[in-house]
Design a protein around this ligand. Sequence first.
Ligand SMILES: [Zn+2]
Length: 143
Amino acid sequence: MPDALDTAGILAATHAIRPRLSALVGPAHAAQLDTQLADALTHPDPTQAAAELDRLLRNRPQTRAFLRRVLADAPHYRPPTLDQETQRAADSSRGVALAGDSGVVDADRFICPDPDCDYAWHRPSVGDTVRHCPDHAVALIPG
Ligand SMILES: [Zn+2]
């Protein structure tokens, strides 16, 4: 099984996920996990580093889903939220930005981490609890 590790993908996912840890797992867990990821990255053997990063990222459903999304995008290994940022840029260039009247809150888009699932949900406001995919019963991730 260790032979099957996608070292390049895991390293790409790690670099992509670190700035997003607070959003994914909450600030309380993010600091500790970031330290563990940073430690693993210093391992001189990339295969060993990837094995440790893989283990750390698979510990939590949010980071596991993120890792799966990045690995599924081989060989580009784009992080899930890149799509969201691209979409946002496309939206604003088309002039459909929602920022207008006061009191309007941008809805955040969340998707099922399963690459084969196209379930998407818009969070009405930042304070609302993120839902689970009705088909897969996993927490939705930003996308
Ligand atoms: Zn799903």
